[in-house]
Design a binder for this molecule. Structure first.
Ligand code: FRU
Length: 541
């Protein structure tokens, strides 16, 4: 393969940056989680999200192996159950019937003598191509990365390899394959996060994995023996995408372009660091895949070269997200979840019992405007079935700081808010979320430069990290429409903003000292009208 030797030195440096930090957390600081009743109680009341998934106890990062089968969605995740910082990785497990409410299950995969169980994917092997199924039982096959912590401490290259495991009880318990690893390390230290899908047209499994600063595609007929097909993104002279950090957790899938018969291929690639607002984030590429090679769409490539703004989320807290296998929406959309944190401060956030939550499940669509293709992501429809107190107001004249919700008893730490501004003009506006403790979270839109922002510098506890709130997060507005719509999802410790039908998304976490209770909007414009505000309290069953 091209350029490997050239990359060697950088690969070592890259790995040291990525995993030295993570393992330091483990060796020197990770302690058993022992807490007083009162800390526990405070954390549960103030920080445990109302409707985002968190593990009961311990550390969590990337979502892994998500699939749907027989009425259940499965979410596995990078998990260290014995500490609240990154450590020896297991696959935790949770199930759901609607991707909203998750029930934690026993741990699915434990680390062993071959190493930690790093990120990966799972597929439903309906035709039993792997031969793991017996008595008509459909096998679920997971593919993950073994990360050898002993080799990682040395200067060895073959730290990571790919392995499989199978489940004959629909994802509850797993057996690791005796022939592991199924893909040996080819001499690249960062070589991980396999994502597998069934390529119907060429009747084979295709897998994409991250190899330091590029992705590699592999093919297989039986999920056990794999052949290298091609790679993408690593030609430094061409500088495809951003390369501010190591590439991780890729995903490749076909998806119909909204409102047409056309099919496009989406390649997601997480990068850490190098995100648009610092630290970890997920970029994407749109093009075609011929069964062997991924090629970017020409228009897409032209815009990408000029101005890289193809991020699935511009906020600081949506990383390593991938899609569910064996399921699409009725329009062919893919379901996605990400890890709601950032490697800049994930190990330091002010919870002790557990660390990190997942984003809500989102539906990804491909839309085409006059210039190129883009992704749009919105919360899955199932969120709307959780109905509590509702509040609706139309034609709100905004001038100065205008109260929106305070008297009304809507719980703003479990709320889905939709708003519409029919005539945006060049107005700037700021939503303000506040509480009795004087914490303030602001987010909104700057008309002068056509950008959205989130400012969490006054939102509560921020001092645990220098980079948590030293800068406002900014996102370019993609849509040029004079009408602006938005969906705001609020939980106790997160905000997810979906502007213009999901064409610009921002997700961030926060740690207020008390629940937010008041929402207002501020603008200096004399004729600013908020045409619609609808609030739905997300009442869980
Ligand atoms: C991404 C990542 C993956 C790796 C996992 C280890 O956040 O670094 O590349 O498999 O986390 O926990």
């Amino acid at each position: 393969m091209k350029n490997y030797r050239l990359r060697l030195a950088v690969a070592i440096a890259g790995l040291c940056i990525v995993f030295a930090c993570k393992s330091q957390g483990n060796k020197e600081e990770n302690e058993n989680i022992v807490q007083s009743e009162s800390t526990l109680d405070t954390e549960e009341k103030i920080y445990r999200p109302n409707y985002h998934f968190t593990p009961k106890v311990g550390w969590m990062n990337d979502p892994n192996g998500m699939f749907y089968y027989n009425g259940y969605y499965h979410l596995y995740y990078q998990h260290y159950p014995d500490g609240n910082k990154w450590g020896p990785m297991h696959w935790g497990h949770a199930i759901s019937t609607d991707m909203v409410e998750w029930k934690e299950q026993p741990i699915a995969l434990f680390p062993d003598e071959k190493g930690y169980i790093f990120s990966g994917s799972a597929v439903v092997d309906l035709e039993n191509t792997s031969g793991f199924g017996s008595d008509g039982q459909v096998p679920i096959v997971a593919m993950f990365t073994y990360h050898d912590p002993i080799k990682a401490e040395s200067s060895k290259m073959d730290v990571e390899s790919q392995a499989i495991a199978y489940s004959l009880d629909e994802g509850l318990t797993w057996t690791k394959y005796s022939g592991n690893p199924v893909i040996e390390n080819p001499g690249i230290r960062d070589f991980r996060d396999p994502k597998v899908y069934w390529n119907q047209e060429h009747e084979k499994w295709v897998m994409v994995l991250a190899a330091h600063d590029m992705v590699m595609f592999y093919g297989s007929k039986d999920l056990k023996s794999w052949e290298l097909l091609s790679d993408f993104g690593g030609d430094w002279d061409k500088a495809i995408g951003t390369h501010g950090g190591v590439w991780e957790c890729p995903d490749l899938f076909p998806i119909p372009v909204e409102g047409s018969e056309e099919i496009k291929w989406v390649l997601l690639v997480s990068i850490n660091p190098g995100g648009p607002n610092g630290g970890s984030a997920t970029q994407y590429f749109i093009g075609d895949f011929d069964g062997t090679k991924f090629t970017m769409d020409n228009d897409f490539e032209a815009i990408l070269k000029k101005d890289h703004n193809f991020w699935i989320d511009f906020g600081k807290d949506n990383y390593a997200g991938v899609t569910f296998s064996n399921v699409t929406s009725k329009d062919g959309g893919k379901f996605f979840m990400g890890w709601m944190s950032n490697w800049e401060y994930a190990n330091e956030v002010p919870t002790e019992t557990w660390r990190s939550a997942m984003t809500v499940a989102r539906e990804i669509k491909v839309i085409k405007d006059d210039k190129s293709y883009r992704l749009a992501t919105l919360p899955v429809d199932e969120i709307d079935t959780y109905n509590g107190v509702k509040y609706k107001k139309e034609n709100i004249k905004v001038n100065g700081d205008t109260a929106l919700i305070n008297e009304e008893k809507v719980d703003l730490s479990r709320a889905a808010i939709n708003f519409t501004i029919s005539e945006l003009k060049k107005d700037s506006f700021t939503f303000k979320l506040s509480n009795k403790e004087g914490d303030l979270l602001t987010f909104g839109y700057y008309g002068a430069d056509n950008t959205f922002f989130i400012d969490r510098s006054g939102s509560g506890k921020t001092e645990f990290s220098k980079t948590f709130s030293n800068k406002k997060s900014i996102a370019e507005r993609i849509s040029g429409s004079g009408k602006l719509t938005g969906t705001i999802l609020l939980d106790k410790t997160s905000i997810e903003l979906f502007f213009d039908e999901g064409s610009t998304v921002m997700t961030e976490i926060l740690f207020p000292n008390a629940p937010f209770e008041t929402l207002s909007i501020e603008t200096v414009s004399q004729d600013f009208v908020l045409d619609l505000l609808e609030v739905n309290e997300l009442k869980m069953n």
